[in-house]
Design a protein around this ligand. Structure first.
Ligand SMILES: [Zn+2]
Length: 186
């Protein structure tokens, strides 16, 4: 089955969070899925981010990650998730931010000089840096249904779910959701 990126998978509201959310059900070792385990899916993510990503106007069309830089992107992804998840849960530690900044720096150092399109990894590093320097940290949230990180861009910061149409409804029909997990496309 070919995996397709959809708008729902860009519910994070920031490129760095959408990248972090490429691990599905991260906290559940038995059910977690790493969508970036397939290299082709990393490349198609870069394309889809231009269509669905909240920061597409900022970064424009993204070039794929060079093969030698994929490892650094994945390290940045993990540092991003660890830092922001802990910060939102009020269990943040200074070294998580230090790790994130180091991961950002490593990506930027490894970035190829570019003409035109930014590569996915470089744009993700810039996105993570903006989030880390955010003056409104209370806009960062964790979806209580799926555990994804998201940036609540709503005016009154009232969003609960990463995606009301998916996680909001799923929670209402939780029993149904567990029965039909295979069909829900999570
Ligand atoms: Zn969710």
């Amino acid at each position: 089955m070919t995996f397709t990126w959809t708008a729902h998978r860009f519910a994070g509201g920031a490129l760095a969070l959408d990248v972090a959310n490429s691990i599905i059900l991260r906290a559940d070792p038995e059910r977690r899925i790493d969508r970036f385990a397939d290299v082709a899916a990393i490349d198609s993510f870069a394309e889809a981010a231009n269509r669905f990503g909240a920061e597409s106007a900022r970064f424009g069309a993204l070039a794929p990650v060079a093969a030698e830089n994929r490892g650094r992107l994945l390290q940045l992804r993990e540092a991003t998730d660890r830092h922001f998840r802990a910060a939102i849960s009020a269990t943040g530690r200074p070294e998580f931010l230090a790790d994130l900044l180091e991961a950002i720096a490593a990506v930027l150092r490894g970035s190829l000089p570019h003409v035109g399109a930014l590569s996915l990894d470089t744009a993700t590093a810039q996105s993570a840096l903006s989030l880390a320097a955010s003056t409104e940290p209370d806009r960062l949230k964790i979806c209580p249904n799926c555990g994804w990180l998201f940036l609540d861009r709503s005016r009154n910061r009232s969003r609960t779910w990463c995606d009301m149409a998916v996680c909001g409804n799923r929670t209402k029909a939780k029993r149904h959701y567990h029965r039909n997990r295979e069909e829900t496309g999570l």
